[in-house]
Design a protein around this ligand. Structure first.
Ligand SMILES: C[S@@+](CC[C@H](N)C(=O)[O-])C[C@H]1O[C@@H](n2cnc3c(N)ncnc32)[C@H](O)[C@@H]1O
Length: 212
């Protein structure tokens, strides 16, 4: 019924999160989205932006993917449904409410190929010893990338993995930080592709380790 009504007008359910404030589950044109007050978190424009990035990555030899910022899990659906990716995914999110929404509202199911961990991505990267072929970074609180993810210490942990990195870096007002991150990656033997105004909004970075 909600799906049918949503073709006439958006239908919204609100769920409070300690981390992101009021989350909105909105049925719009027959599709369910996860939004915050000011941003689309999952299954809307955000899903299109990450799909654009994934089209630029060679997934043929990728066996292990790490997602930092699982949200409602729309990039998991894109990987599985559009790219027919069947290897392993580890998905991290700090917010237990969002993880519950991903499971209950978007049918994100943990199984032998999908591990979900409720943890701060910064801490996870400090302690991580596992090798990933691709790391997808999509860390936001509402419209903002939390400040620790713009600092060198976080990026040092990432470059130590020698993984390909796909980063949703919507940082209009903090472009200097983004340029600093790009320079840091280049100094650490990464080749950078930067795509601006993806889906008219976000900046995406794709960083590939240079093989020596
Ligand atoms: C835009 S949403 C991610 C959408 C998701 N990638 C998808 O495909 O649907 C951003 C997510 O980052 C998470 N996040 C923010 N800060 C975090 C942190 N310190 N550690 C882990 N997750 C964090 C938020 O809880 C939110 O779920």
């Amino acid at each position: 019924m909600k799906k049918i009504l949503s073709f006439i007008y958006p239908v919204t359910k609100k769920i409070h999160s300690e981390f992101s404030g009021d989350l909105e589950l909105t049925w719009y044109n027959g599709k369910k989205h996860l939004n915050t007050k000011n941003a689309n978190y999952s299954y809307g424009s955000l899903q299109k932006i990450l799909k654009f990035g994934l089209q630029k990555v060679d997934l043929s030899s990728v066996k292990e993917i790490l997602i930092l910022g699982m949200g409602g899990g729309s990039v998991i659906k894109t990987l599985q449904d559009d790219f027919k990716y069947q290897n392993n995914i580890t998905a991290i999110d700090i917010d237990p409410v969002i993880i519950k929404i991903a499971k209950e509202e978007f049918d994100i199911v943990e199984n032998e190929n999908l591990k979900i961990i409720c943890e701060d991505a910064q801490l996870f990267m400090q302690l991580n010893l596992q090798k990933f072929d691709l790391i997808i970074i999509d860390l936001f609180i509402d419209t903002k990338v939390p400040s620790p993810f713009l600092e060198t210490a976080f990026w040092q942990n990432l470059v130590n993995t020698h993984s390909t990195i796909l980063c949703n870096a919507s940082l209009e007002k903090e472009d200097k930080k983004l340029e600093g991150i790009i320079k840091f990656l280049e100094r650490n033997h990464y080749n950078i592709e930067k795509y601006e105004k993806v889906n008219n909004t976000n900046t995406l970075l794709i960083a590939n380790p240079i093989k020596e």
